[in-house]
Ligand binder design. Structure first.
Ligand code: HEM
Length: 505
């Protein structure tokens, strides 16, 4: 065979191979499309076209998809669907639709979706991702009761928080005059408050063992609910690859080893019916129920501890760091908050307590306004316990739903100044504090945040005590603060540096 005809044969072979690959890919995509269409239930909410198999992964801006959802709601209505992989997800947009799902049909929408990435962390044996049912109800009720017994909403909790504030203020004093990132210290203070309820003790800020717990928790939170978590959930064939989501498993080993050690130490020193903290109370409950069918065991204890730590730490830390950043961005509002403290301080020789919050309508409004505008949790994941018809659409059992809290928190029909930072959103004409129904930063309905009271107490006490002592100053005169969030389950500010100036006594 001549060199020319050999070349021709090879090129025909290559072209044939390329055509084979082309047809194979096209067939897979077509099968995917058919499967995709076939899976779409009848009378399902409308939504945009998506790429078979991968869904809307490439069409959403994963850095912050909330504006994309607002655009889709304008086009398809306040209840619409998207696909992540081949999983349909219903989004509810705006106060009315979010309330319809979380409150009016709260029971039917009280399941959590099967979320494989997050289930590695929270598992269905805890509270946060447990499906609605006896186990969830009992763990939730028990946790609320124990947190109340250990002071949630009471003076004794206030004493724990005040003690932690003293440590935080001392740590802040050391940083005076030099710009520093406050997130780490706030994270430790907030972590210590929940640890004192769960384990009965706090950790020194220098203690490395606390860092070993808190860093993997924070990292897992971001991984599981970020893009990598969604890839793990919806594209199962990628799960065995060495992609960043593998870190979630490694982190869980570290977290569980830490918590198991705490449980072990409690077991050794535990006196029945004399609980010192959450772990002791849980051990009592295991003992009480050991002869019947019970969902209280050490495995569930491990997951409840993880859930409470995860749910309490990153949320409250982010809320507090947003508050500091907003105070530096709006120094006039910071000054007005300080003046409110000074006007009340004149009549008081000792410090302020949580009960005094009604005397601080402006500060109270500012704190709520930060939670509203900076939407600490944007999307609440739910799923349906039974087939339901809503707004004329049929949503089958177990469909994934995301209630877009951000859209309620900035709904133009509900707020005086929906898109700007303005504490007047929470003040009436007489300057009194009012809370509109669309304030849903802690969710709503049967699965509303169970730490809301604790979080409110922490935000109020930590903020007024820090503000009494320090002025928060934006150190980079030439560039304004970046107020865009790092999006995840919890929206945090971009890392920033803050400068403190101690106020005169
Ligand atoms: C500023 C701080 C906080 C914010 C913005 C926040 C927000 C939320 C939101 C939006 C939910 C979802 C509610 C729903 O599905 O409707 C939630 C659930 C939850 N939160 Fe919080 N939270 C905060 C602090 C805390 C604290 C301090 C604790 C712990 C003591 C906590 C424990 C929980 C738990 C256990 C759940 C799951 C409830 C369930 O599924 O039954 N949170 N939180």
């Amino acid at each position: 065979m001549s060199a020319g005809s050999l070349e021709l044969t090879l090129s025909i072979k290559c072209t044939n191979k390329a055509m084979q690959y082309f047809w194979l890919t096209l067939t897979i995509l077509l099968i995917g499309l058919l499967f995709h269409l076939w899976k779409r239930p009848r009378n399902f909410p409308p939504g945009p076209w998506s790429v078979p198999v991968i869904g809307h992964f490439l069409q959403l801006d994963y850095r912050y998809p909330i504006p994309d959802f607002a655009k889709l709601a304008k086009r398809y209505g306040n209840i619409f669907r998207i696909y992540l992989g081949s999983t349909p997800i219903i989004l509810t947009h705006g106060f009315e639709a979010v309330k319809e799902v979380l409150v009016n049909h709260g029971v039917e929408f009280s399941h959590r979706p099967k979320h494989p990435a997050f289930n590695i962390i929270c598992n269905t044996k805890g509270i946060v991702m447990a499906p609605a049912g006896q186990h969830w109800k009992e763990q939730r009720r028990f946790s609320i009761m124990v947190m109340r017994n250990f002071g949630m909403g009471k003076k004794s909790m206030e004493a724990r928080i005040q003690e932690e504030i003293e440590h935080l203020v001392r740590a802040f004093e050391v940083q005076e005059d030099t710009p520093f990132d406050p997130r780490e210290l706030i994270n430790r203070a907030v972590g210590n408050i929940i640890c004192s309820v769960l384990f009965g003790h706090r950790f020194n800020y220098e203690d490395n063992s606390f860092g070993q717990l808190i860093h993997p928790i924070n990292e897992n939170f971001k991984l599981a609910f970020g893009m990598w978590g969604e890839i793990y959930n919806t594209l199962p064939f990628l799960r065995c690859l060495p992609l960043p989501f593998q870190k979630i498993f490694k982190n869980m080993k570290v977290i569980h080893a830490f918590l198991k050690k705490e449980i072990e130490e409690h077991r050794e020193t535990w006196t029945p019916d004399e609980p010192r903290d959450y772990i002791d109370s849980y051990l009592d409950e295991i003992e009480k129920r050991k002869n019947g069918k019970s969902c209280f065991n050490e495995d569930s204890l491990l997951y409840c501890l993880t859930d409470l730590l995860v749910a309490a730490t990153d949320t409250t830390t982010s809320a507090l760091t947003w508050i500091l950043l907003m105070m530096m961005t709006y120094p006039d509002i910071q000054a007005k908050c300080y003046r409110e403290i000074c006007s009340l301080q004149q009549n008081k020789t000792d410090g302020f307590c949580y009960q005094d919050r009604c005397k601080f309508p402006f500060i109270h409004a500012v704190l709520h306004e930060v939670l509203r505008l900076k939407e600490i949790v944007s999307l609440v994941p739910r799923s349906v316990t039974q087939e339901i018809t809503i707004h004329g659409y049929t949503i089958p059992k177990d469909t994934r739903v995301m209630a877009d809290l951000s859209s309620a928190l900035q709904d133009e029909s509900q707020w005086k100044y929906p898109h700007e930072f303005n504490p007047s959103n929470f003040l009436n004409v007489r300057g009194e504090f009012v809370k509109p129904e669309a304030f849903m930063s802690f969710g709503a309905g049967p699965r509303i945040c169970l730490g809301e009271n604790l979080a409110r107490m922490e935000l109020f006490l930590i903020f007024i005590n820090l503000l009494k002592k320090f002025e928060f100053i934006w150190p980079e005169c030439n560039t304004p603060p970046d107020l865009s969030p790092t999006f995840g389950t919890v929206n945090s500010p971009q890392s920033f540096k803050m400068q403190l100036r101690q106020r005169e006594a």
